[in-house]
Write a protein that binds this ligand. Structure first.
Ligand code: APR
Length: 234
């Protein structure tokens, strides 16, 4: 096996204290998507949207990687091939754990984006309505996260990874949001093996050839240890 492509979702960061979206008490049970995670919501009430992301930005500052993030970093370091992490998460716990080959398809909380000229820069902890772009000076700074109805980042690169990977693994995602929810089928059509590692079966569990259910901090290190042991025994 020469290449493993891993999709992660909010569930991999749950045991680091960051909320998921659709579990009981999840983020979308406390906020309406159309209010805080759409371009229309931002135009309607930018203060509300900045407040939502400022609170999450403060939260991720205190979060630390868990054993699942660390296991994926060890896999990237020790696997005799390529390991790509495609994450839907806007926290940077994969990087904090040591992963380097990470694609943030939904952006990052610590990023700011100019809606006018497209310039990106490190976001202040507290972003405010009317903050100006350091390049074009327009008062159009927004969080550099992908909202519903917007195109996720790195999609050409991600499709290419899925078409050349030997194994596609999905960790901590409910399989509710496209295009990520289509990744398993896309990889399988290209000949990849597929594995779901999740607390519960996702809504697209049927797309996976194999699955293990449990807390990511337990089942991900177990799986990584098996992959590296199999590699060592040739
Ligand atoms: N270990 C493993 N899996 C877990 C754990 C855990 N400790 N806790 C929760 N999970 C699983 C849940 O069973 C669920 O399937 O993580 C998944 C979280 O699903 P969602 O809350 O829907 O989050 P996610 O799939 O990442 O959402 C995808 O939707 O709202 C958008 O942009 C947002 O990136 C997000 C996207």
């Amino acid at each position: 096996m020469r290449k493993i492509t891993i999709l992660t979702g909010a569930g991999i960061s749950a045991e680091s204290g960051l909320g998921t979206f659709r579990d009981e008490g999840g983020i979308w049970t406390q906020h309406r998507i159309e209010d805080v995670a759409t371009p229309e919501g931002f135009v309607r009430d930018p203060d509300l949207v900045h407040g939502f992301y400022n609170a999450r930005r403060a939260q991720v500052k205190t979060a630390t990687p868990n054993a699942a993030h660390r296991a994926l970093a060890a896999l990237e370091a020790d696997f005799d091939g390529e390991v790509v992490v495609v994450t839907q998460n806007v926290d940077e716990l994969h990087e904090a754990a040591g992963s380097r080959n990470v694609l943030h398809m939904h952006g990052i909380l610590t990023g700011a984006l100019c809606a006018a000229c497209g310039h990106r820069w490190p976001a202040p902890t507290v972003m405010e309505t009317g903050a100006c772009c350091p390049v074009c000076v327009a008062p159009t700074a927004r969080p550099d996260v992908v909202w519903f109805g917007e195109m996720p980042y790195f999609m050409d690169e991600i499709w290419a990874h899925l078409e050349t990977t030997d194994l596609f693994v999905s960790i901590g995602t409910s399989g509710n949001v496209y295009p990520a929810a289509a990744f398993a089928q896309h990889a399988q059509r290209a000949g990849a093996d597929t594995l779901e590692l999740n607390l519960d079966p996702s809504v697209n569990a049927r797309d996976f050839a194999a699955a293990r259910h449990g807390n990511a901090s337990v089942i991900v290190p177990q799986w990584v240890s098996e992959v590296l042991k199999a590699q060592a025994s040739g």
